[in-house]
Ligand binder design. Structure first.
Ligand SMILES: *Cc1c(COP(=O)(O)O)cnc(C)c1O
Length: 965
């Protein structure tokens, strides 16, 4: 090292790229040397098929420092205008309790965890999600709830799909939607229905009484604020064997009779207003509850109570046989990533306030609304309804545009999409002075109304806006957890208590193949909670969201460049949702050419479960294509199948590099073959981390892909969501991208229908990917891909002496991940992949992806962000575990009494007075000196999956049942 560096060299010292990428230059050289390569470019040439290597670098600009990127983005964000929004329509501003903002939303202990596939080191968020399910069950008055869906619109679409599955009215193909459901919900459900081939009837709610339908959806309170007793309509639908669903406002349920008590079969909605920022549309968690008898038809993840090997209560994901990763095209839905972080925030909000606190927030919101309504009526305004919770709709006729203009001039947004009416929704952030301002704007100065006087009148006359028969009588949130943590000290400690049970990226690497658990840099996260991004309602006039529009356009342009496509839709809010949107575009394209019969989707057997599940949602027929002995698509089988279905071929869904972790040499041939049969190529972009800057889907020849921004582009996984799944398309598919019924996202796509409730999906987390790309620049992104490939190959190289690497491509190289095959060891020793996965916990690691895409294997993906020391530590742990397996093979340990079979080990093991195992406690809990210095304690022993599904409990057990143990 020299002491006389130039200014530029000194400035480069602070480059972000070198912090994002784990191994430094010297370490990269060392890793390259073990692989017989001298440079990253040489390694890429040895690994990636020549005919797909990009010919010119991406045009994405130069890498920048954190300071300059955040400075620029702050300026962009400040173009967003933070008006007071009374728009409602399922989105309400909320006060995020600061203790939750900082310690959950902004805390990597919560936001960098993955879906709780390894429940022994995920009991914290599992507990929190169980609390969430309890909260939903209580508020909705139903029996079973899942742990979140993507948004209210898609939850309603899932309710329709569930209705079709369980309804005994098998003759009807019609789904009824009350016309006073939120417009974006109607639109999302219609899009879904069209693809399923269901008919949709949108009509006044009362018409449901006479309709012969397999299901019906109502909104409670209605989109314009009315509260009606749905009991008779629900009964009428059920009398004809239809399933009745109710979309409800979560805060209102603290005051209103629960829809479950009105007889509803399904209750759904958004939990956003429980302390989750608006974020210009998301991410927010949708809730979904149903009757116990429909539990096997529930979409999404469900948390259940089970027990561990010591008989202690332990939590896990229940009834997974409903889900896409097991049931594939027969799954209940394609949902994979959901909204775990936001569900957790919502339930922490409920815990923070408690049932009384929530009720008072609701009462305050309702009281302010009543004051507003009373004052306006006194001044001659006509209300559309005489009941309300937080929303009133004014019949203003031809005065509408003048009133809206005046409001805008006062930095106020009303709901404006209703003919001759304006809607006003009050929320937790609304104050009495805001109501006074509304009087000024709507009536004019000098109106003489006095808030306190109106309030006194309401109190003394007991004026109620809620029909007496719909006032909630039943208790809710009686469980202890909702009634104890009301001081900030207790709240802070409860959050920390749960956090500390969970292994996240801030402890050690999570090498989950296919999931790309890379660094989520702090600089990327910071803008998410800037008010300029966090506080915008999704339906504000677009000219108030110029900052968002600029950021989204820039991000979109970069992603178009990185994918080699021509256009992009930012609407899908998960990878699976992107698949669905992409397949929809393909089907609409075929239709536009008169090819309505093209409905076959070819899917290689190695595909992710969401692929066949999404194809099913697009009413496609899935034809599985075999893989050959090397893990590649069996070209003969593909040729044969494509030939067989040629006439009716819609598309192929293919992941690249393959889910087997290799760059298939025949990918261009595959694209050509499918095109020759008139089909389209859907390339699953979840593995873009092995493509960016090196090759691209568009360049390879595919037509459409989704991108998992929560994998390749640094959005953290949040413990199982949020995510974003925008889709890129070639120009011929661009006219078939989603639109939106409330906000015009793109003139050219109008009429296609929405796939998500919000126009730009979970726009609130897009700054993360934007900052990542801006920090890395085109070259940095390419380098990240190269190092991801380097690290995977280095790891494969070190492991191959100890475990067979199942598949490799050219020059024996893997792509960005590799599969280690444990089946031979299982054969020889009886030790399973599960034993290895659990034993890794004792060494302080989260297991890699288990038994996907091949049963009996582990799939490891280190990503570019893991430093060499961590990669080596992980490999060393696996090698040590291999030696332990050898001791079982040799008979030194029996199959029942060895540290693998009994893993993970807990503190209960360490202090067990009756320890009588054939190995020491030290070996059990501190297998290496390194594990001892950075110990992560699983809080439960191995969990019994079967017990949990047999004895299904999906709400919080009472304190007594914990005490019984
Ligand atoms: C993660 C993944 C998906 C699904 O993405 P979600 O955001 O979880 O819906 C699809 N395909 C592959 C290959 C994946 O790894």
């Amino acid at each position: 090292m020299t002491d006389n560096l130039s200014l530029q060299q000194l400035e480069n010292n602070d480059a972000f790229v070198q912090r994002h990428i784990g191994p430094d230059e010297a370490e990269q050289q060392h890793m390259l040397a073990t692989l017989g390569a001298t440079s990253l470019d040489e390694l890429i040439a040895q690994t990636v098929p020549e005919n797909i290597l990009l010919e010119k670098p991406m045009q994405i600009g130069d890498a920048q420092t954190e300071e300059s990127v955040l400075g620029y983005l702050k300026q962009v964000a400040s173009q967003n205008k933070l008006y007071k929004s009374y728009i409602g329509m399922g989105y309400s501003d909320t006060l995020v309790p600061n203790v939750i903002l900082r310690n959950v939303m902004e805390n990597p202990g919560w936001y960098t965890a993955y879906t709780p596939y390894q429940p022994e080191i995920a009991q914290g968020r599992l507990q929190s999600l169980l609390n969430y399910q309890q909260m939903v069950v209580d508020l909705t008055g139903l029996e079973m709830a899942n742990a979140s869906l993507l948004d209210e619109g898609t939850a309603a679409a899932e309710a329709m799909a569930l209705s079709k599955r369980v309804s005994k009215n098998k003759k009807s193909n019609v789904y009824f939607i009350a016309d006073d459901v939120h417009p974006q919900t109607i639109n999302v459900v219609k899009t879904r229905a069209e693809m399923f081939g269901f008919e949709v009837l949108v009509a006044p709610a009362k018409d449901a009484a006479d309709a012969d339908v397999f299901g019906a959806l109502f909104q409670y309170p209605s989109t314009t604020g009315e509260i009606t007793d749905l009991t008779d309509l629900i009964a009428a639908v059920q009398a004809k064997k239809g399933i009745a669903s109710v979309a409800a406002d979560i805060l209102s349920l603290t005051l209103l009779k629960a829809p479950g008590e009105l007889g509803a079969d399904v209750v759904l909605g958004s939990s956003q207003r429980f302390g989750v920022p608006l974020g210009y549309g998301g991410p927010h968690a949708a809730f979904f509850a149903t009757r116990d008898k429909f539990k096997r038809s529930l979409p999404g993840r469900i948390i259940g109570v089970s027990q561990d090997t010591r008989g202690n209560q332990a939590l896990r994901m229940a009834l997974q046989t409903r889900e896409q990763h097991i049931r594939r095209e027969k799954a209940n839905s394609n949902i994979c990533t959901a909204q775990v972080l936001l569900a957790n925030m919502a339930v922490f909000y409920a815990i923070y306030h408690g049932p009384e606190g929530l009720k008072q927030i609701a009462q305050r919101v309702n009281r302010l609304t009543t004051i507003l309504a009373t004052g306006l009526q006194a001044k001659g305004f006509e209300l559309a309804h005489d009941t309300w919770f937080d929303t009133i709709t004014l019949n203003v006729g031809d005065k509408k545009s003048a009133l809206v203009e005046k409001a805008l001039a006062n930095e106020i947004n009303f709901r404006t999409d209703l003919d001759g009416q304006i809607g006003i929704s009050v929320d937790e952030t609304t104050s009495a002075s805001d109501i006074a301002q509304l009087f000024d704007v709507l009536i004019g100065e000098g109106h003489g109304l006095d808030i306190d006087a109106i309030d006194a009148q309401i109190t003394s006359e007991s004026i109620s806006s809620i029909p007496a028969e719909l006032v909630r009588q039943s208790d809710f949130l009686t469980n202890e957890v909702f009634n104890t943590h009301h001081s900030e000290t207790e709240m802070l400690r409860y959050i920390k208590h749960l956090e500390s049970k969970d292994l996240a990226l801030n402890h050690s690497m999570i090498s989950l193949g296919s999931c790309t658990m890379k660094l989520n840099a702090t600089a990327e996260m910071i803008p998410v909670t800037w008010p300029e991004f966090a506080s915008l309602h999704p339906f504000v006039p677009v000219d108030q969201a110029k900052g968002y529009q600029q950021m989204i356009t820039e991000l979109s342009d970069w992603l178009v460049e990185a994918t080699g496509y021509d256009a992009l839709s930012m609407q899908p809010n998960s990878g699976a949702q992107g698949e669905y949107a992409g397949l929809l575009a393909i089907q609409k394209y075929h239709e536009s050419r008169g090819d309505t019969h093209r409905n076959v989707c070819l899917i290689p057997s190695s595909a992710h479960g969401t692929n066949p599940a999404s194809a099913q949602m697009a009413s496609m027929k899935v034809v599985v294509v075999k893989c050959d002995a090397k893990g590649n698509v069996d070209m003969d089988d593909l040729r044969e199948k494509a030939e067989q279905v040629s006439e009716n071929l819609s598309c192929i869904m293919i992941t690249y590099p393959s889910t087997h972790g290799v760059y298939e040499e025949t990918i261009r041939e595959i694209c050509d073959l499918v095109h020759a049969h008139g089909g389209q190529v859907y390339m699953d972009g979840a593995n873009m981390n092995a493509q960016v800057g090196v090759t691209s889907p568009g360049f390879i020849g595919s037509d459409v892909s989704h991108l998992n921004l929560h994998k390749t582009f640094c959005i953290p996984h949040g413990g199982g969501g949020p995510g974003m799944g925008p889709i890129g398309v070639k120009s011929h598919l661009a006219p078939f991208l989603p639109d939106h019924p409330v906000i015009n996202v793109d003139q050219t796509t109008s009429g296609n229908g929405a796939v998500s409730a919000a126009p730009w999906g979970s726009a609130g987390i897009l700054p993360i990917s934007w900052v990542y790309i801006a920090l890395m620049g085109g070259q940095g992104l390419r380098k990240a891909t190269q190092v991801a490939i380097l690290s995977a190959n280095y790891m494969a190289k070190r492991l191959e002496e100890h475990f067979p690497i199942l598949y490799t491509g050219r020059n024996d190289k893997v792509a960005h991940e590799c599969i280690i095959d444990l089946r031979p060891l299982k054969e020889a020793s009886g030790i399973t992949e599960m034993d290895v996965a659990k034993r890794l916990m004792d060494y302080g690691f989260h297991a890699p992806t288990m038994s996907f895409p091949v049963a009996g294997t582990l799939m490891v993906e280190p990503t570019e962000s893991e430093p060499l020391s961590e990669i080596d530590r992980f490999v060393d742990a696996l090698i040590a575990i291999r030696k332990e397996i050898a001791q079982v093979e040799s008979g030194e340990w029996t199959l029942e009494d060895n540290p693998l079979h009994n893993a993970p080990h807990t503190m209960a093991d360490l202090v067990d007075a009756n320890w009588s195992r054939n190995y020491s406690r030290e070996l059990a809990v501190f297998p290496t000196a390194q594990a001892a210095t950075n110990k992560f304690w699983p809080t439960v022993n191995r969990i019994d999956d079967v017990y949990g599904d047999r004895n299904l409990v999906c709400t919080c057990p009472s304190t007594e049942s914990y005490a019984e143990e």
